[in-house]
Design a protein around this ligand. Structure first.
Ligand code: LFR
Length: 496
């Protein structure tokens, strides 16, 4: 029998998707979640003058299309939820209208601001009061950049809405602020569990803009009458899910009881472990870990790793040159290339901004006196091996910070379709990798809707549902000594 139906919007940095989730139960009452993708659309970064922006109205348009398609296909979702990448936001004026196009987190206006703000506030203070790794794109630096540019938008703004809350608002007319996204801003204080208004005051960021955070699993409100009329559909409630995609993905890790390590693998790679409290130690700061608020009262101690962005950017460049090599083909070429020829540190700051990625990689290899990768296969092999080694380093650091031992690594997200990366990771770690589910963010999004609707009691029950519904691929490590040698080389790059 079919039970509850929900609709999830999962927005990534390169594409967005609408997926239907249906709760099915067989004759002996065993429940399963069935997931069907109904709409997929590109999400583009658009350069306008000096700034890089998101096309937020296009996303709204595609979401409306997704809702229409859901009903046209005969589904009747009771609720919908939206998850997106972290940190980005829009500002509303006093009439509730959006002020301009939201900035893209890779816009260069935050360059140099980590140093500047640390100089003003102190690095330790900032870490103790936010628990976050110092990433140039954190909302704090974006707002501070606007402040420094004397942006009139800041003066007239009335409300700050993070991307998922903004999209929810555009569909429902209800303004809200969901907790997991709030914790990506560096303006939320996990110790006091409130916005850090003192810090805002010091930096000239207007604290009047910020709404009281709500917990994931809260019902926000129905679609606005204008939207239901436009789409010709009955109403539907918006649920504030784990609106930060990373947190939705972690919610869908099919781990049992006890500590586990995860790697959310997409444009970014987020590697870490689930905690019941933030870890605000000096060591966590030095090892550059973040404490991000998760669903169900958790904190996720994790490290942001530049991830498959390096590969996506190379592919974009090769596509533009008319080469049009598919991801599976690129992976095949990498497999044929010689092992351990050259390595990069994926988190070298030069790799953060878009453009010229293959040359940046070559430049890194040249500076570090390694053979310079030339062919596409050589470049991709270099990226994948380097990522796998970076994962080992980050996992060892997570073990050090938590004084725990992890017997293997759960990998979830679109990146696990890259089987070579999963295999390399198992080999680099010398531990098994449990890969799945691919659609983790969308599934985690659905799980919190099911929690809001009372179909799942809590995170534990939700994770059991994932384990019962989606298969896992196991990658056992091979005994290739090359990986330990390569790890020694990798550590010489000297970054934590
Ligand atoms: C992954 C992610 C990361 C965040 C980065 C930028 O999609 O949400 O967690 O650090 O995007 O927002």
């Amino acid at each position: 029998t079919t039970g509850t139906t929900v609709l999830a919007f999962d927005m990534g940095a390169s594409s967005g998707r609408a997926l239907i989730g249906r709760l099915l139960s067989d004759s002996d009452g065993q429940r399963k979640l069935e997931v069907t993708e109904i709409h997929r659309f590109p999400n583009l970064a658009i350069q306008v003058g000096n700034h890089l922006h998101w096309d937020i109205l296009r996303l709204l348009h595609e979401m409306k299309k997704g809702i229409r398609l859901a009903f046209q296909s005969g589904y009747e979702p009771s609720t919908f939820g939206i998850d997106t990448w972290g940190v980005d936001f829009g500002l509303l004026d006093a009439n509730g209208e959006l002020l301009g196009n939201p900035y893209h987190y890779r816009d260069s206006h935050t360059e140099g601001l980590i140093e500047e703000v640390s100089g003003l506030i102190g690095q330790e203070t900032l870490f103790l009061q936010s628990g976050l790794q110092f990433m140039p794109f954190n909302t704090l630096y974006q707002l501070y950049a606007m402040k420094k540019a004397a942006s009139p938008k800041l003066d007239i703004a009335q409300t700050f809405l993070l991307t998922p809350d903004l999209l929810t608002y555009l569909l429902t007319g209800v303004k809200s602020c969901e907790f997991t996204m709030a914790t990506t801003t560096q303006l939320y204080h996990p110790g006091t569990q409130a916005w850090n208004t003192e810090l805002m005051d010091k930096l000239g960021i207007p604290s009047r803009l910020f709404l009281e955070p709500i917990q994931p699993g809260t019902i926000v409100g129905p679609l606005s009458p204008g939207v239901t009329a436009e789409l010709g559909i009955p109403s539907m409630q918006a649920v504030a899910v784990g609106t930060h995609d990373t947190e939705s993905a972690i919610a869908a890790v099919p781990a049992g009881d006890g500590p586990f390590a995860f790697l959310v693998c997409g444009t970014w790679s987020l590697l870490g472990t689930e905690m019941s409290q933030p870890l605000l130690s000096e060591e966590a700061m030095k090892l550059e870990f973040s404490n991000e608020g998760g669903v169900g009262g958790t904190y996720q101690l994790l490290k942001n790793i530049m991830g498959l962005w390096l590969l996506q950017e190379c592919k974009r460049e090769w596509d533009e040159q008319g080469k049009e090599i598919s991801f599976p083909e690129l992976v095949r070429l990498a497999e044929q290339a010689a092992p351990f020829r050259s390595l990069v540190h994926p988190d070298d700051p030069r790799f953060f901004s878009p453009g010229g990625m293959a040359d940046k990689i070559r430049g890194f290899c040249e500076e570090t006196n390694q053979p310079i990768p030339q062919s596409e296969g050589e470049i991709v092999r270099c990226i994948l091996e380097s990522l796998a080694l970076r994962y080992r380093q980050a996992l060892e650091q997570a073990e050090q910070l938590t004084a725990r031992h992890y017997g293997g690594l759960h990998m979830v997200g679109g990146g696990i379709q890259n089987q070579l990366l999963c295999r390399f990771t198992a080999n680099a770690l010398g531990k098994p990798v449990w890969a799945g589910p691919i659609e983790a963010s969308a599934i985690g999004n659905m799980l919190m809707q099911l929690v809001a609707l009372g179909d799942c009691k809590d995170l534990r029950e939700a994770r059991n549902l994932v384990a019962a519904s989606f298969p896992i691929d196991v990658y056992e490590p091979s005994a290739d000594a090359g990986w330990s040698t390569a790890y020694g080389t990798f550590l010489h790059f000297g970054r934590v």
